[in-house]
Design a binder for this molecule. Sequence first.
Ligand code: KIV
Length: 273
Amino acid sequence: MSVHKKTEIKKITTHQLQEMKNRGEKIAMLTAYDYSMARIIDGAGIDVILVGDSASNVMAGNETTLPITLDQMIYHATSVVKAVNRALVIVDIPFGYYQGSSGEALRSSIRIMKESGAHAVKLEGGAEVKDSVLRILSAGVPVMGHLGLTPQSIYKFGTYSVRAKEEAEANKLIEDAQLLQECGCFGLVLEKIPAELAKKVSSKLSIPVIGIGAGPDVDGQVLVMQDMLGITQEFKPRFLRRYADLNSVVTSAVNNYVADVKAKTFPSQDEKY
Ligand code: KIV
């Protein structure tokens, strides 16, 4: 008989996200890209961790999400999955690894699932990626959609400003959202669109809709962790609420450390062998 008693942790699944929407419980999602931070936010009760291709910006220092590779995304996802006990882990398929053909989209998704142990993938776009979405789903891999401001298309948009303010773009977004649901996506991210439009989409769809800069009337919220913790300083969109000022905390800690080393007060008698 085993003497090890493991604490039962109820893992979040795509089905549970659906139940949360059905009972009106909001879904809390954050990005993470490494083991240490994923461990903290999973322990703090986050429902969903997105290994976003925003890693390209916040981890690698690139101007856009376009340069990050599939191998790099798998590296980040593998580190996050190792840390997680409860949250659902979704991984962005990066730019260039699903648009070429549905076969390529499937191969990329299988690599993500097999090599990282993640639970689902996310990709950007509507009708134009329908074949890829269907092919990935046919292999049993859960897919989340992403509409509105889709950063992988930044050079088409030209700016990171609010999308779908005009009727034509709003109508296309509603059609794409319905299409993604009909294809079988388990959820949808809406980024930086008018709150009224996001409200309409989330009430039309039966699947959970997670917003970032899409107002309060959606089924959940997602933020980039480095932004909400105040690690990034320059990025100040209206929708961002900062829950901490880690930039100041780290700066002050490092200032103190440098001062102690220079003053020869670290290490002390008690801090040596
Ligand atoms: O990559 C990312 O962080 C994202 C979120 C902004 C939704 O896609």
